[in-house]
Design a binder for this molecule. Structure first.
Ligand code: NAP
Length: 413
């Protein structure tokens, strides 16, 4: 009989665990949404073999465990439970292992280094346990502690920063727990958040040329360790790596940029059919929000007013996951749109021969001329694009070319 495993938490709407465990193991994986008072009944229900545990139950399950692993005991939190053959419950915490793997994968060396660990929750305890074992010199930053966000200058000599707070996590994208510019000796930034793929903190690190990494590898590694516990079968590193790539690919948006008339909307629809992804067209979203088409807004209220609405719309679309986003031709003209798109999307520039671009019904192309518009924007398309695709063929072929470009770009971004 196929073993039953699953995830216990209170609200599991956005969980990637079922998708992830389907890549790692051969058990049935269910979601168990329970309020705190529903935990006891589930612990006594002998139909499941293994559980992952998420907020807010990681401490609450401890009294039901017959044995705790050293990691779970050390950090006082259980994120994995195995029901052994004799019916006893073994509680483990795989976040310590997950963070160790993430650190190793990042290539950063924490040994002996001053490291700021932001936050004092369960994730922070796991990070501190892993870093402590390596001999890093950790300082915990807490909103209410002796070392807090008001006296960070004390720690301007920090070499590593680990974000173990939820600041910047979906749906509060764009927020960052601190600014990095004051840390002149910084060698790396690790953010445990994986949605969005690039938090504001990681975007700043990238801008400053500081090596950085998000929490996806930790998520997959800790899940793999729990899967090993459920089945007793070791999971080779290559499978963890492949699961990480696959999850990353399915979580990322594909955003299309390019000149007006380059075929972004039709290529987006074709990509939707090809991949089964939801398609969101920025111009259509704007028309829905404003009750007026982009061309109408530009004609009646001017380009600046339109760009503001467009940025607001891109800010919301950019937070999505696993979606195809068709942008308007001028989406690259506002700097803030760079972060809105790049936080979670692979951005593909659709290039089409200028002579094939129609200006009809497009007020900016009509007013300035397609060639002038392109010369104003070419450098911006280059800056925004992770890759570009020739879009001179039909939309289905273009969609296939985009998909290949996305896969290739994800190897390097
Ligand atoms: P948590 O208990 O909700 O929060 C951790 C700490 O963050 C809190 O104790 C608090 O510390 C600080 N914090 C909360 N809100 C804040 C705010 N608005 N501003 C500044 N600090 C704030 O969360 P957790 O379970 O430890 O997880 C932390 C993060 O790690 C989450 O984003 C979670 O998704 C992520 N995580 C990722 C993985 C992975 O596999 N990648 C695994 C576990 C957790 P102070 O009150 O002391 O400031």
């Amino acid at each position: 009989m196929t073993p039953v495993c699953g995830l216990l938490g209170e609200h599991l709407g956005h969980s990637y665990s079922p998708q992830l465990h389907a890549l790692l193991g051969t058990y049935e994986y269910r979601l168990y949404e329970r309020p705190p008072e529903g935990i006891e009944e589930l612990m006594r229900d002998a139909r499941w073999t293994g559980l992952n545990v998420t907020i807010p139950h990681k401490r609450a399950v401890i009294p039901f465990m017959d044995e705790l692993s050293p990691a779970a005991r050390q950090i006082g939190s259980v994120n994995t439970i195995l029901r052994r053959k004799d019916g006893t419950l073994f509680g483990d915490n795989t976040d310590v292992y997950g963070f160790e793997r993430m650190l190793l994968r990042s290539g950063l060396d924490a040994r002996g280094k001053k490291t700021l660990v932001l936050g004092t929750g369960g994730a922070s305890s796991a990070v501190l346990a892993a870093l402590g074992a390596l001999g890093a010199r950790c300082v915990t930053i807490s909103r209410s502690g002796e070392n807090n966000y008001g006296n960070l200058e004390r720690h301007a000599d920090a070499r590593l920063i680990v974000n173990a707070t939820p600041v910047g996590m979906f749906p509060n994208n764009g927020a960052a727990p601190l600014e990095l510019t004051g840390f002149k000796r910084l060698e790396g930034v690790l953010d445990l958040i994986y949605n969005p793929a690039r938090t504001a903190l990681l975007m700043e690190a990238q801008r400053l040329g500081i090596p950085c990494m998000n929490g996806l590898y930790m998520l997959v590694s800790q899940a793999a360790r729990s899967s090993e516990l459920f089945t007793g079968n070791p999971i080779p590193e290559a499978r963890v790596e492949a699961a990480c790539r696959q999850l990353d690919f399915s979580m990322r948006n594909i955003a299309l940029i390019g000149m007006p008339g380059a075929g972004k909307s039709s290529a987006a629809r074709a990509l939707g059919l090809l991949t089964g992804r939801e398609v969101r067209d920025c111009d259509e979203e704007i028309a829905k929000r404003c009750g007026e088409t982009p061309a109408g807004i530009i004609t009646t209220r001017g380009e600046d007013a339109f760009r503001r609405v467009e940025s607001d719309t891109l800010r919301d679309l950019g937070k999505l996951s696993g979606t195809v986003i068709a942008t308007g031709g001028g989406a690259v003209t506002r700097e803030e749109n760079y972060a809105y798109l790049h936080q979670n999307s692979v951005v593909i520039w659709l290039r089409r021969d200028l002579t094939a671009l129609s200006a009809q019904g497009r007020p900016l192309s009509e007013a300035r001329g397609v060639e002038k518009l392109f010369s104003e924007r070419k450098a911006l398309y280059e800056r925004f694009a992770d890759a570009s695709v020739e879009a001179d063929s039909d939309s289905e072929q273009t969609a296939r070319a985009v998909l290949s470009a996305v896969r290739a770009a994800m190897e390097v971004i």
